[in-house]
Design a protein around this ligand. Structure first.
Ligand code: HEM
Length: 405
């Protein structure tokens, strides 16, 4: 029964290893209607179609007002509803075009030396902790600090303020998880209020004294084009960049390293041929995606992969399952960085395709060779601890050791 498989997926065991449950869903069919208007999409091609179908929309303010009335007005819910992640055409495209200026190939090329410097500093520190038989938590020492510092640089957040962000962003991000508890919701609201106040102050400060950073650039756009980008939208989208780019990238780094720990062959390949990091990272994204799922709702009747999806259906898009679809990839459960034609669904697709994908890739491709160059034989130093989300897949703790060079 599909309901049983879904329930199993949401248990701690299912979170630890969702892949057998995804295989069970694939056996049921790539698009599976469930009682109560829910439709589960797990097939690779069907997910591609779902992400691009104009009659399937993100969970925007209208969806919240209809389906999540009791929480629709809370700060943690409205901050996302005001951001492009939950924005509908045509407003979505307008805001996305503005924000996309920060993620062009040229911007990435100019950010690359900064990413390299920040990653090298953190690798150096980790190597110091691992020297002389020591060990360190890769998540705390590198995976979490790196994306925070990189987004901080991009936005122009004073480095003294960056330490505040990880717990706030973590708490706020949890409203995106289907396993949201009342306590987590309260913490998310508190985090939303604090982040909104922080960004309102920062925007006011950059308006007074502009700098060479994204916040100042967006303030300029906002003020030159009065009314098209509201202050609410500006604050919400600045917060979105942090939330969308932090835990996701941290877990891409963590999942990449976890897969290396038992594999000296993969470590050697990355150390000797840093260019292979590109294929390695793509296969990590496919094999163990840091984002496992997202959602949509049907604003009209549609047919996905031959299955009728009636108006008002709520769709669960299992991106992590699509990445393991045997109709798309041979031996989907094998980790093989040399496999041809890897096109993971991990960054979504269509109009909401992840804006930060080039940045996340840059961070992971830069860090892995640096890490293995400094610590040539990276090993586990105790049991890894899984994070307790279902949307975000990765580790809360990942202890590592290895002699530094
Ligand atoms: C491995 C790391 C990352 C993963 C797996 C990831 C995944 C995703 C996914 C799946 C979506 C689409 C959600 C949907 O369509 O429902 C998305 C959207 C987005 N991501 Fe990422 N992301 C990552 C890193 C980043 C970074 C580093 C940033 C920016 C600093 C970022 C910014 C965004 C933004 C702004 C959107 C919304 C785009 C829109 O709605 O038009 N992401 N991401």
């Amino acid at each position: 029964m599909i309901e049983d498989t879904l329930l199993a997926l949401f248990t701690p065991e299912g979170r630890e290893d969702p892949y057998p449950h995804y295989a069970a869903l694939h056996a049921t069919g790539p698009v599976a209607p469930v009682d109560g208007g829910l439709v589960v999409v797990s097939g690779y091609e069907e997910l591609q179609q779902t992400l691009r179908e104009p009659a399937l929309e993100v969970h925007d303010a209208t969806f919240n007002a209809r389906n999540r009335k009791e929480i629709a007005g809370l700060p943690s819910i409205t901050v996302f509803a005001d951001s492009m992640l939950m924005g509908r055409a045509p407003g979505h495209l307008r805001v996305r075009r503005l924000m996309a200026q920060a993620f062009t190939a040229r911007q990435m090329a100019s950010l690359a030396p900064t990413v390299h410097r920040l990653a090298a500093d953190l690798v150096e520190r980790l190597a110091g902790l691992c020297a002389d038989g020591g060990s360190a938590d890769f998540m705390a020492e590198l995976a979490y600090p790196l994306p925070v510092r990189v987004i901080g640089e991009l936005l122009g957040i004073p480095s003294a303020d960056l330490g505040r962000f990880p717990p706030l962003v973590h708490d706020l991000g949890k409203v995106m998880d289907p396993l949201l508890t009342p306590d987590a919701l309260t913490a998310a609201d508190r985090a939303a209020d604090e982040l909104l106040a922080y960004f309102a102050d920062l925007v006011a400060e950059r308006r007074r004294r502009p700098q060479d950073d994204l916040v100042s650039a967006l303030v300029r756009v906002r003020d030159a084009d009065n009314g098209r980008l509201s202050d609410r939208e500006l604050h919400a989208n600045l917060i979105l960049l942090f939330v969308a780019g932090f835990e996701t990238t941290a877990n891409l780094l963590g999942n990449s390293v976890a897969l290396l720990l038992d594999r000296p062959d993969l470590q050697d390949a990355l150390r000797h041929e840093p260019r292979t990091a590109e294929g390695y990272v793509e296969e990590v994204l496919r094999y163990d995606s840091p984002i496992q799922l997202t959602g949509r709702w049907a604003v009209g009747d549609v047919v996905i992969g031959g299955t009728a999806v009636p108006k008002d259906s709520n769709l669960l898009l299992l991106l992590g399952a699509g990445n393991r679809d045997a109709r798309r990839y041979e031996r989907p459960g094998d980790f093989d960085p040399a496999r041809p034609g890897i096109k993971p669904l991990s960054f979504g697709g269509g109009p909401h395709y992840c804006l930060g994908a080039p940045l996340a890739r840059l961070e992971a491709r830069t860090t892995l060779p640096l890490l293995l160059d400094r610590i040539p034989r990276l090993r586990a130093a105790g049991a890894a601890v899984r994070g307790d989300w279902i949307t975000v897949r990765g580790f809360a703790r990942l202890p590592v050791t290895g002699a530094a060079r």
